[in-house]
Design a protein around this ligand. Structure first.
Ligand code: KG4
Ligand code: ZN
Length: 340
């Protein structure tokens, strides 16, 4: 690589986090995220409120990212932004902002697929973190997506399995809602699961062929189970909350691990990387590590700050595309259902 200084600004605004990051030759200089608390009161992301909050946050967040990186915006080589998938109103804020800034600075614009970002976050230069070799399998698990992707190269990716209904994060969040937990419930279920018995209650795993997932039946199973138990004992939830959380988490992890086992068998690939908000889950991280002993996997688990939505993952894709000279035109448009 030449000794050129490549500073890339990444902007992420696909859902409810407004984020900006500066990457210098593959290394992070700043990674700023403004999470939108407003949705907690509604038990889920409200799209119209999300785009309004992005509009308020985007200028200060980008400003902070540049300031924290200790650079001047005239040093930027390109601006990378999330083109999709995501909420259209949210995507529009990041897209328009990136376009205007790139135009103003007269530098290239780079469009990034959010899902590729979750996967390629593993290529950020971080001490103590190894990058997966090609080909590898990536499992992206979050509130909006659940996929197993075969990654042959930076931009040669094939989705080999995905959810046919809810995402795995929704299974956590909707189960949490049934239990009266706040939104998003994933982190609290994780904490409580550590204190409970994972085999206290049993939930049947959905039967879905091949590498696809389904979580809507699981959520209904949790609902019926809780309704039945609460009828018999109105204090059932309070008295058993940790055990319920542990059992829910145990079942979800079982579903994910089963599919990964099948994916490694079908592809013959045993390098596995995870990404997305649910990859922050301590039970999943442990199950992956256990897979190294049990199944001979070699696993790549991201730093916590790169699990949930962030702009460093967008900036790293921007950097990789910059090296290839792969730029977007000023008439590029956001795409809510963008595929890998
Ligand atoms: O990637 P992300 O920030 O946004 C989406 O693109 O959806 O993921 C958010 C999801 C939520 O469903 C949240 O409950 C889940 O990630 N999550 C967790 C944990 N931390 C976040 N789920 C289980 N355990 C966690 N520790
Ligand atoms: Zn995401």
């Amino acid at each position: 690589m030449s000794s050129e200084n490549i500073y890339i600004l990444g902007i992420e605004s696909s859902c409810d986090d407004t984020a900006a990051s500066i990457i210098h030759n593959g290394r992070i200089l700043s990674n700023v995220v403004a999470s939108q608390k407003i949705h907690e009161a509604y038990g889920g992301v409200v799209p119209e409120l999300a785009s309004r909050a992005h509009q308020q946050n985007i200028v200060p967040v980008v400003h902070q990212a540049i300031e924290k990186a200790g650079i001047n915006k005239s040093q930027l080589k390109a601006i990378a932004f999330t083109k999709g998938p995501g909420l259209m109103g949210s995507l529009l804020v990041g897209t328009s902002f990136a376009k205007s800034l790139a135009y103003g600075l007269n530098i290239p614009l780079i469009d990034v697929n959010h899902m590729q970002g979750h996967i390629l976050a593993h290529f950020i230069d971080e001490d103590g973190f190894e990058k997966p070799p090609f080909p590898f399998l990536a499992m992206t698990i979050s509130g909006g997506h659940t996929q197993i992707v075969k990654v042959d190269n930076y931009f040669e990716m094939t989705v080999i399995g995905e959810t046919i209904d809810d995402a795995v994060g929704e299974a956590f969040d909707k189960s949490g809602k049934i239990l009266g937990l706040g939104y998003p419930a994933g982190p609290e279920i994780d904490k409580r699961a550590a204190l409970g018995n994972p085999k206290a209650f049993q939930f049947t795993k959905p039967k879905v062929d091949g590498l696809n997932f389904s979580f809507s039946g699981f959520k209904t199973a949790v609902l019926y189970f809780i309704q039945r138990e609460v009828k018999a004992n109105p204090n059932f939830i309070e008295e058993n909350l940790n055990d319920i959380c542990a059992s829910i988490q145990y079942t979800i992890i079982g579903i994910l691990i089963d599919k990964l086992k099948l994916a490694t068998k079908q592809t013959g690939i045993n390098h596995i990387a995870i990404g997305g908000g649910v990859s922050a889950n301590s039970g999943i991280r442990q199950a992956l590590k256990d897979g190294e002993q049990k199944f001979g996997w070699i696993t790549y688990i991201p730093k916590f700050e790169f699990t949930t939505d962030n702009a460093a993952m967008i900036a790293i894709v921007g950097y990789l595309k910059y090296l290839q000279g792969n730029f977007a035109e000023q008439d590029v448009v956001a795409s809510a259902r963008l595929k890998i």
